[in-house]
Structure formats: structure tokens, C-alpha cells
Design a binder for this molecule. Sequence first.
Ligand code: IDP
Ligand code: MG
Length: 153
Amino acid sequence: MNNCQRTLVAIKPDGVQRRLIGQIIKRFEQRGFQLVGLKMLQVSEELLAQHYSSLHRKPFYPSLLRYMTSGPVVAMVWEGHNVVKSTRMLVGNTNPAEAATGTLRGDFSIHISRNIVHASDSAEVAQKEISLWFQRSELIDWECCDHGNIYHP
Ligand code: IDP
Ligand code: MG
């Protein structure tokens, strides 16, 4: 497969509380991407400080920390051709008010402070985020039986 990538996707506490886990996972499965890691966790402030290291000076940072620690998160690693960019398009604009209908944020959220899902924004960032959120042993290399119908052999 050309340009095989992995990306981190996290269903944020509002997505979990609103019982959207299944609907969000469904969108990645129906597209043809492959799940290689999945766990539910209560995220620590230490992990978030690293994850959102570029946002520490933003005025909304304290409320972002409160939001992201307000309940469990479902973290996933998805694999496939061009998965980083495709996932950002599937997730939609950071601000749900600007997110297109058909995207996860555009379909399931309204306000920037509660935008239901995280996705890595570049291949380089994806690698950093995956190693921050997952141990190597938590990621599974496996062959998906429909590979030949999704990709040119
Ligand atoms: P992204 O999640 O689309 O990559 P980032 O700019 O990396 O967007 O911001 C990370 C997260 O911080 C957003 O998903 C959102 O939860 C929160 N956030 C960003 N901008 C604002 C804001 O202006 N007000 C409140 N929360 C914000
Ligand atoms: Mg971001």
C-alpha cells in the first residue's frame, strides 16, 4: 500500500458521554481504515500537558484541561493509505460551526469547546501522539481479509 500511515483518534469525554462511540468508530470502519489500537482511559493532566503542549498559553487551556479530564476518553490508532489527512477531513473543522455536514464534528457537535473527537494533524505529529498515548505492545499488526478489495493488490 502506498503512503501507509497511522493516526491517533480520541473520542473526547463529550463523545463518550453522549454515547457516540459506536457511530464514530463506524465511520472509520465503513471507509475501510483498519483499527490497530483501542483503549478507554481517564486521561491524566500530565499526558494532556504533553499532548496539547502548543496550546499552554491559550486562554482556553485551563478549561480544555477540565473538559478533557471530565470523564473517560476512547483512544484509537487507525491505519491506512493517507489516513492522517483523510481522518482530518472526516473529523471536520476544529470549530463545529464551520465544520461541513457529513463530518463528525459537523454532524454531532455545535460549539468549539465540545467538539467530540481529536485527530492528529500531520504524519509527524501522529507518530508523536501515538507513542505518547500507546505502548508499542498495545498496537497490533494484523492482516485485514478485505485488503485486496480496498487497495490495488
Ligand atoms: P484540532 O483539535 O482541530 O486539532 P487545535 O487547534 O489543535 O484543534 O485545538 C485543540 C483543541 O482545543 C480543539 O479540538 C478544541 O477542543 C480546543 N480549542 C481550540 N480552540 C478553542 C477555542 O477557541 N475555545 C475553546 N476550545 C478550543
Ligand atoms: Mg490539533
